[in-house]
Write a protein that binds this ligand. Structure first.
Ligand code: SAM
Length: 279
């Protein structure tokens, strides 16, 4: 990441490309026990949070990612009640999960408490549901949390993690997916952010293989635009214990709460893979 006068730039490692956002001021900068956390006030994207110099969330475009990390998986489950979010420190995914009336528990296990405390200060709208009586905010390693979870104790697990490096690397492993499988009820759904279809197709392939090898009957990758992430095109990979990811609760997803990106056609469309990803 380089910092020219009032331009924040993230170089997309190994891709010979980058993204720059013009900013008015830098609002926060700290080194937590796990990562560097910075907040910028940008000219056109509202506030920006970076972790170790990489774009995590902006006011302007986070809705696409947070809606697509939560609603497809929740509508793919017949009756989701107990939801676990791994990572998700900015709390935007948690807020989307709590829009589902049937959810009785939304437990978030974020490694770095400082990410959430900084988000509460600079992204209050993303943290608006943190005091919902159904929400449980835990600060722990998601890998350890799932390893000791009671079998069949969750209906949906959402892995809203940073890239597969450092403490997040293990969140993309077969061993972790196996523990998620055990922690999920018989109709359980797992979904994890799976990076860029354009830049990381190989990772998506290995995530799909690891999820299948962990026992999940059906695996499907959703893709969607995310302009401030590498390549501007992002993905999430879902897995179902009992199969049938394509038969999601379409009527319910039409009569739903407000969203700005997700709807049942988008859900359906996001599952349609471009030719190069089908292979
Ligand atoms: N939207 C972002 C993206 O796609 O890169 C992710 C949002 S969220 C801020 C990512 C969170 O994952 C970070 O706050 C980080 O601390 C957390 N994280 C990384 N490894 C973790 C682990 N092993 N257990 C729990 N949280 C973890």
């Amino acid at each position: 990441m380089t910092l020219d006068t009032n331009w924040y730039t993230e170089e997309w490692s190994g891709q010979g490309t980058a993204i720059s956002l013009k900013f008015k001021s830098k609002l926060h900068d700290e080194q937590s026990p796990y990562q560097r956390i910075e907040i910028y006030e940008t000219e056109t994207f509202g506030r920006l949070m970076t972790l170790d110099g990489l774009v995590m969330v902006t006011d302007r475009d986070n809705f696409v990612y947070h809606e697509m990390m939560s609603h497809p998986a929740l509508f793919a489950h017949p009756a989701p009640q107990r939801v676990l979010v791994i990572g998700g420190g900015d709390c935007g995914t948690l807020r989307e999960v709590l829009k589902h009336d049937g959810v009785t528990l939304a437990e978030q296990v974020e490694l770095d408490e400082r990410v959430t405390r900084v988000a509460e200060k600079f992204f209050p709208d993303l943290c608006a549901s943190n005091n919902d009586p159904r929400a449980r905010l835990r600060f722990d390693d998601g890998i350890a949390w799932v390893a000791k979870a009671t079998p069949e104790s969750y209906d949906v697990i959402i892995i809203d993690s940073t890239d597969p490096v450092g403490p997040a690397a293990g969140l993309f492993s077969e061993a972790f997916y196996r523990n998620c499988f055990k922690a999920l009820g018989p109709q359980g759904i797992l979904v994890g952010q799976s990076e860029s279809p354009l830049f990381h197709a190989e990772l998506i392939r290995s995530v799909q293989k690891s999820m299948r090898d962990s026992g999940f009957k059906d695996v499907a990758t959703l893709h969607f635009p995310q302009c401030t992430y590498p390549s501007g095109w992002w993905s999430a990979t879902m897995a179902s214990k009992q199969g049938g990811l394509v038969n999601f609760r379409r009527p319910a997803s039409n009569k739903m709460f407000t969203t700005r990106y997700y709807n049942s056609d988008i859900h359906q469309g996001a599952l349609a893979l471009p030719q190069f990803l089908r292979k």
